[in-house]
Structures are given as structure tokens and as C-alpha cells.
Ligand binder design. Structure first.
Ligand code: ATP
Ligand code: MG
Length: 567
């Protein structure tokens, strides 16, 4: 393709709000353009990369016998009522009405549609297992769309759904998918790590997320240096071993703590370590208020609260609700109250004697409060995030942390959708059973960004060749010079037969052309410059920056070799 004819609106300056490297570089390289918050157009270079990523995904899906389909984006509200998610999905679901006032949603994911599709068609165990996949635009009204394609409101996803007669068959497909995902991320040039993830309130389920390691990642991965343990921090269990309490319980005392709003401020005022202060959080669990205590240096993990109570219906109570309930504001809350609220506590609170807690009166705390004597704890459990350096639950040593971008997820759903939606098959005894399901997603547009996050330098993108928009970039330095123009055209015609070639034939200054080439990041560049008359060109690698003068007699073979070497 001739660069003079391609639509690549490169930018000198990008908005300061583009914080992520991939967001900045994709804008700068003229690959994407924002339409509105979290909604982008993919320009020709990005469309080419997407096509390559999708091609790799299709190949690996077909390798494990998944069948490509395309389901509707527009989904009826009734279908979502059937699964119970019309109300449960919340404001992220993009809802709309048709001209008759009937409710619809733009698909954020397709469990409902696919389940309704197969329940009419998959009738016998003989048709199982079956895996269907599609590559399609999804919609989620994200609270904070950001980082360009990494968190959009409209984005491209590969979603797959498998259907089984028994758990063993689901396990097999889950393993196949896990392997296919590993291959896909390797092939597109992403270093991704599978991590154990939380499966929400559905007990017994099993799920892994594939995390592309990156500073900008919104997820924290907890891993071990001594084993293959890796888990999302939401999931990583905290080990608790009771320690002997040596301190004796003192007399409870109410103290004045004016203007103290945080555990840190309280610790400073009392000259005590932060870990000896106890924080109180108020949650609403399926409509009922509860208190959870956690030590000052720890943070409550809402996912673990949901797991403990086996429900998605958990939210942090609003300030108004808290004041109504306990008569005090956050900062002065505690477990001593005559209100009918149950108190739970994180395991590690048990190690403390003489707790410092809020008095449920603004500006007051208690010191020397003790469980059993001054208040009752319903149960102790693991309610918090692990901290770096704490022992891991697999016994392999200290927890290490890394940041990651979730590029994919595999999930055993079981009968979560088939049961409420009545999707059954007849087993070999002729008995109707709910279909057992798995679902498997890859963020295709997020993957494109993740490739850039992991493959760039301060000059621009360094595309891995498997997904690069072009294999070769021929740059005719000065097309006004006849010998350069002619050789450039000749090489372009020649290489174009076997490769995808972008030919920079523009009448721009060499500086602009080289800068753009670095920015766009095609793996191998052939520069036709001053020595064109002697039949010599320069071949340059984008990744190492190594370059060599090569005679046009051997340039074919030379370029083929270089392309073999680059990642
Ligand atoms: P996240 O936790 O990042 O919001 P999720 O777990 O809700 O993602 P899934 O429902 O598992 O997402 O969707 C499958 C894949 O789709 C994710 O692994 C991710 O790669 C991609 N994805 C999800 N939300 C977005 C988004 N807003 N923009 C781009 N890609 C997304
Ligand atoms: Mg996910």
C-alpha cells in the first residue's frame, strides 16, 4: 500500500488525559480516533492489526473444534428477565426501547442469547459437547471508561460458550480453552499469566483470568517466586494462624478524639501503631445491615464478603444510612451498639486484646474494648485483601504483587443459566437434565492495546510481526530524485508479491518519515536513499534498531532472514 494514499492521521501532541502508553501511542500513530468517551473508530492500521488478532483467535478456536457463529447485539429485556440479570446487571447494561416501548439491551455478553439459542436446538446428549464462539462488538456503560481501548464502553470481544452433558466433559473443554488462550496470547506477542480468579457468589465454580503484566494494569496479581501460584488479589486467601495473647484486658474507657476521621489520624493521636486500631465498616447484605471489623493496616475485600455470605447482594452502606443506623459518621464507628446489627470480624482481629474502636458518637472512641466482654462477634473469617509479603495459602512463601491487564477469562458456569432459562437435554436414560455450560472471553480490542503496552519504546510501537499491520515498510527518502523513486517503486512491486508492504512514497522531509516509521512500528524497514543509484539500500529492524547496507541483488534473501529473526 502506498502511504500517500493510506489514512494515517499521526498526531504530534496527544491529550494529557491519555495516560496509558498504548492509548497515547495508538492516538499518535493515527490508528484510533475517539468518538466519545470510551467509543473509538479503528483507522486502517488498527483495522489491519485487529484482523490479524482475530485470525489467530479463529485458528486456535477452530483447532479445539469451536464453531463460529454471530449472534444479535440487540437483545430483548425479556430474555434478561429470564436469567434474572435484567435487574442484577445494573447500570452497565446499555438499555433502550423500541418504538413500541419494548425494552432491549445492547449485548455486554451473550449467555442469555446463546442459552436461548441452544435450548431450542440441543435436545440430546448425542449432540454434546458443543462449543460456539463469535467475535463481536460489545457494549458496557462503564463507570470510568479509560486508557483508550483498554476500558471502552464499546469494545470487541471474542466470546465462546460450551455445552455439556457432564462435568468431565466441561473440564476437558475448559482445559482445551485454557491451552488455546495460552497459545493465542503467545502468538499475538503478549506475555500473559493465567491466574486464579474469583467466580462470584456461585459456589463450586472455577475460573482463571489471563493477565498481561503491565504497570497500567487495573488488577493486582498475587504470585509466588517458588511455585506456580498466581491469583487475582480479590481471590488470594489470607493465611491465619492464631497467636498467643499475652496482654490482659484493661478497663474500657471512652476518650475524646475530636476531628479524627481516619485510622491513621487516630493512630497518630494515640501514638499507637496503625495495626492496633480497629476499623469498622458497614455493609448492606441482602437488605440487612452488618458490621465488619478489620485492623487499621488492612483493607476489606468486598468480593470475600460476597463469598462469605454467598450472595452478589452486598454493598457498602451509604453515609446517610450509617448515620441513621448508628448515630455517628464513618470515622467514629464501632461494634458497641444497642442496635440490632450483627458484627463480623477479620481473622486477624482475634490477635488483639484491648481494641481501639469508634464509640458510635462523633468525636469519640473507646480504648481497651474487648470482644465477648464489650460486644459480640458473630464470626471471624477472611474478609480482607492479602498484603505483600504475607504467607501464601499454598505454603510456598511470601506473596509478591504485580499489576496486570485482564485480557481473557475462562469460566465454568455449570447450570447457572441453563437452570433458570430451562435449557435441558435428554440424557442417555431419556431423562431431562439442565445443560452444563462454560464461557470463555477475550477482549480483542483490549488485547490490541495490551500488545502495545508490552511492545513499545520511547519512539513508538514495536509490533510483533504476527499482528503487525504490515510486514515491511519501504521508505523512499526523496521521491523527487528519479533513481530513488524508481528503485522504491521497483522494490515495492517486488516485495509486495510475498509480503504486506507499506511504501512511504510521500513528499515529506526524511525526519518526518523516519519518525512516523518508528511510531507506526512495522518490524522491518527498507530505506531507499542516497545510495539508490549504486543499488544499495538500508535494512533496519524496528526492535533492536540494528541496520545494515544491503545490495539490491541480495536484499530479498536478506530481508527474509531478518523477518525470520524478529519476534
Ligand atoms: P473487567 O474486570 O476488566 O471489567 P470483566 O471481567 O468484566 O472485565 P468479562 O466479562 O470477563 O470482563 O469479559 C471478557 C473480556 O472482555 C475481559 O477479559 C476483557 O479482556 C474484555 N473486556 C471487558 N470489559 C471491557 C471493556 N470495558 N473494554 C475493553 N475490553 C473489555
Ligand atoms: Mg472477566
Amino acid at each position: 500500500m502506498k502511504q500517500s494514499k493510506v489514512f494515517i492521521p499521526t498526531m504530534k501532541e496527544v491529550p494529557a488525559t491519555a495516560e496509558a502508553t498504548s492509548h497515547r501511542l495508538l492516538l499518535k500513530a493515527g490508528m484510533i480516533k475517539q468518538n466519545t468517551s470510551g467509543v473509538y473508530s479503528y483507522l486502517p492500521l488498527a483495522a489491519r492489526v485487529l484482523n490479524q488478532i482475530e485470525q489467530i483467535i479463529r485458528e486456535e478456536m477452530e483447532n479445539i473444534n469451536a464453531l463460529e457463529i454471530l449472534m444479535p447485539v440487540l437483545q430483548t429485556g425479556e430474555l434478561w428477565e429470564e436469567s434474572g440479570r435484567w435487574s442484577a446487571y445494573g447500570p452497565e447494561l446499555m438499555r433502550l426501547n423500541d418504538r413500541n416501548g419494548r425494552e432491549f439491551a445492547l449485548g455486554p455478553t451473550h449467555e442469555e442469547v446463546v442459552t436461548s439459542l441452544v435450548r431450542d436446538e440441543l435436545k440430546s446428549y448425542k449432540q454434546l459437547p458443543m462449543t460456539l464462539f463469535q467475535i463481536q462488538t460489545k457494549f458496557r456503560d462503564e463507570k470510568r471508561p479509560r486508557f483508550g481501548l483498554l476500558r471502552g464502553r464499546e469494545f470487541i470481544m471474542k466470546d465462546a460458550y460450551s455445552f455439556h452433558a457432564d462435568e468431565a466433559s466441561l473440564d476437558e473443554t475448559y482445559q482445551d480453552m485454557y491451552q488455546a488462550y495460552t497459545k493465542i496470547f503467545e502468538r499475538v506477542g503478549i506475555h500473559a499469566r493465567p491466574v486464579e480468579a474469583d467466580s462470584g457468589a456461585i459456589g463450586g465454580s472455577h475460573t482463571h483470568e489471563f493477565m498481561a503484566l503491565s504497570e497500567i494494569g487495573e488488577d493486582t496479581i498475587v504470585y509466588s517466586d517458588h511455585s506456580d501460584y498466581a491469583a487475582n488479589i480479590e481471590k488470594a486467601a489470607v493465611v491465619y494462624e492464631p497467636s498467643d495473647k499475652e496482654e490482659t484486658a484493661g478497663d474500657i474507657e471512652k476518650i475524646e478524639t475530636p476531628d479524627v476521621k481516619t485510622a491513621e489520624a487516630l493512630a497518630e493521636m494515640l501514638n499507637k501503631p496503625l495495626d492496633e486500631i480497629v476499623k469498622t465498616m458497614v455493609f448492606k447484605v441482602q437488605g440487612e445491615y452488618i458490621l465488619i471489623l478489620v485492623r487499621g493496616h488492612h483493607e476489606i475485600n468486598e468480593v470475600k464478603v460476597k463469598d462469605y455470605f454467598q450472595t452478589e447482594g452486598v454493598e457498602i452502606a451509604s453515609e446517610d444510612d450509617i448515620v441513621n443506623l448508628l448515630g455517628a459518621h464513618p470515622g467514629s464507628l464501632g461494634p458497641i451498639t444497642d442496635k440490632d446489627v450483627k458484627v463480623y470480624a477479620d481473622n486477624h482481629v482475634q490477635d488483639l486484646t484491648n481494641l481501639v474502636i469508634g464509640a458510635n458518637e462523633d468525636g469519640y472512641h473507646y480504648v481497651n474494648a474487648n470482644a465477648d466482654r464489650d460486644f459480640t462477634v458473630e464470626a471471624y473469617s477472611d474478609f480482607r485483601f492479602i498484603t505483600e509479603g504475607e504467607p501464601l495459602s499454598d505454603g510456598s512463601g511470601a506473596a509478591k504483587f504485580a499489576e496486570g491487564i485482564e485480557v481473557g477469562q475462562v469460566f465454568k458456569l455449570g447450570t447457572k443459566y441453563s437452570e433458570p432459562m430451562n435449557a435441558t437435554f435428554l440424557d442417555d436414560q431419556g431423562k431431562a437434565q439442565p445443560l452444563i455450560m462454560g464461557c470463555y472471553g477475550i477482549g480483542v480490542s483490549r488485547t490490541l492495546s495490551a500488545v502495545v503496552e508490552q511492545n513499545s519504546d520511547d519512539r513508538g510501537i514495536i509490533w510483533p510481526k504476527a499482528v503487525s499491520p504490515f510486514d515491511l515498510h519501504i521508505i523512499t527518502v526523496n521521491p523527487k530524485k528519479e533513481e530513488q523513486r524508481e528503485l522504491g517503486e521497483e522494490l515495492y512491486a517486488q516485495f509486495n508479491e510475498n509480503y504486506d508492504v507499506l511504501h512511504d512514497d510521500r513528499k515529506q522531509s526524511p525526519g518526518v518519515k523516519f519518525n512516523d516509521a518508528d511510531l507506526i512500528g512495522i518490524p522491518v524497514r527498507i530505506v531507499v536513499g542516497k545510495k539508490a543509484g549504486e543499488g544499495i539500500v538500508e535494512v533496519k529492524r524496528r526492535d533492536t534498531g540494528d541496520s545494515e547496507e544491503v545490495s539490491i541483488n541480495v536484499v530479498n534473501q536478506y530481508v527474509a532472514n531478518v523477518l525470520k529473526e524478529v519476534k
